[in-house]
Design a binder for this molecule. Sequence first.
Ligand SMILES: Cc1cc2nc3c(=O)[nH]c(=O)nc-3n(C[C@H](O)[C@H](O)[C@H](O)COP(=O)(O)O)c2cc1C
Ligand code: SF4
Length: 567
Amino acid sequence: MQVIDRHKVNEQIDELKQKYGNDRSALLPILQELQDVYGYLPDLLMQETAHALDLHPVEVEGVASFYSFFRTKEKQGKYVIRLCRTISCDIAGKTNVARQLENELGIKFGRTTKDGMFTLEYSNCLGMCDQGPALMVNDRLFATVTPDKVSQIVADCRRNFVKSDFPKVVPSDVKKAGPILKHGLKSGDSLKTALNMKRSEIIGTIRESGLKGRGGAGFPTAIKWQLAGAAMDEQKYVVCNADEGEPGTFKDRLLLYDQIDFMLDGMCIAAYAVGANKGFIYLRGEYLYMKKYLEEILEKRRQDNLLGENILGKEGFNFDLQVRMGVGAYVCGEETALIESLEGYRGEPRNRPPFPVDTGFQKHPTTVNNVETFLDAALIVVKGAAWFKEYGTEKSNGTKLFSVSGNCERPGVYELPFGISISELLKEVGGEDAKAVQIGGASGHCVPRHDFERTIAYEDLSSGGSIIVFGPGTDMLEVAKNFMEFFVEESCGQCTPCRDGNPKLLDGIKLLEKGRCSVTYLNELVKLGETIQLASKCGLGQSSPNAFLSIIQNFKPEILGRVPERD
Ligand SMILES: Cc1cc2nc3c(=O)[nH]c(=O)nc-3n(C[C@H](O)[C@H](O)[C@H](O)COP(=O)(O)O)c2cc1C
Ligand code: SF4
């Protein structure tokens, strides 16, 4: 049993406070760093952290127990192996990899080996859906893992390879680039242009372009920036939502590497337009391997006067930002939960109104946008609204980045115009024989073959970018089950319809699986799903039954036709 030296812990916490601050918003990063050192967060660490930040220990425990990457009860292994359980990795052969991991380590998932070397866990989407099965060992990512590769990975760990040997860059996988990815600008070009414009001109150009948020909800970016700009406060924030937790989505991971400077130009332009001087990139915990890279880019921009004080010589325009890590909670992609998390609370969505543009981070006006939205905004400022409007449909301007995975020949990132039909998209990616396509990830809709002429656009099927192709042999109930397990795990538990309703739907799916669900019971499940959609507090619960309901609607004979299992 490890004896922890209280005095040393206090010294470490003091150092961390210098780095992250004295207030509650420092709580998550402090706990993250302490867990890195001690392997878990026993009571002593939580008590001392509480004391240092003037909190009650129960508050700290409440926060630590919320996030799936924190461990309070049992020390984690030296190597924590997290295997992605999302449907795309499932299609790519996750089950065989899981079996091999259990055999190789002699433990089941959720356990730690007796020698304290390995902890084995499932993880929700790792954002490597086009290169599955994927797993992480601490902060190192492995793609296209085979059972043979598992043996190699485990052997390498046993030989004690160390963190710093890990490569940090994930290969790009752009299968089709369009006007956004082939913009041809240099870093800082768009920011220079913006700083020669009036704030109202910038927002006017964004409005004229019709840009809508690329994170999924499709809210007009100009309205958000205008409201934040009009808010009366000396202190305002701009936040990049890089939480990218929707199963099947990995386009932001690509942008954070390949387009980071242009995305940061977009954040600076937003800060200038709304009058903010501080910001954050909220990066999902699963992308920890990118943190250092991003921090180096931020430092380089400070040296180049693209961040910091009087940016590019513009007197009085000061803006700087920090990278903050998520800790394995999908709901923290919801912008108010994200803000709670930044403030050091459990990631529980807030009631709205008030909206973040009015009352956001620490009650100050806060503009939260998706990675792709900031990139698009930066390009629009230089290239003009008309350039953007050349692509897409009347109500869905521009192109969109799609993360394509599942049963298709060419999975990867595609930049395509809004308004493309599913059948055109399937031709592009080599998935013409698909039985169904999931548009918008687990929270989106499952579209059957007879609807493949429908289009991807805000006026028809909207999507934050996740497209999962299901081939002719796919068991659609398995798909519904995989997504429902995800929501049951990721619900924040704040409201009853989502917390208690989704497990009931999952029970129903399990009965269907056994061929023991009557039509009457199925109809009850459909009603329950509709109630969850209506009565849940946030977008997670409101969209959680979507996949289940669309699968029931479109594949009823397949779902009900299962032969009852014998006892
Ligand atoms: C459960 C849930 C998860 C979400 N996850 C993300 C995410 O990972 N990235 C993102 O940009 N938006 C996500 N959103 C949408 C955000 O709440 C918000 O609308 C978005 O960050 C606004 O940026 P945009 O207008 O640029 O799209 C999520 C919403 C919900 C309800
Ligand atoms: S809908 Fe679900 S995730 Fe959203 S607040 Fe309610 S319990 Fe939490």
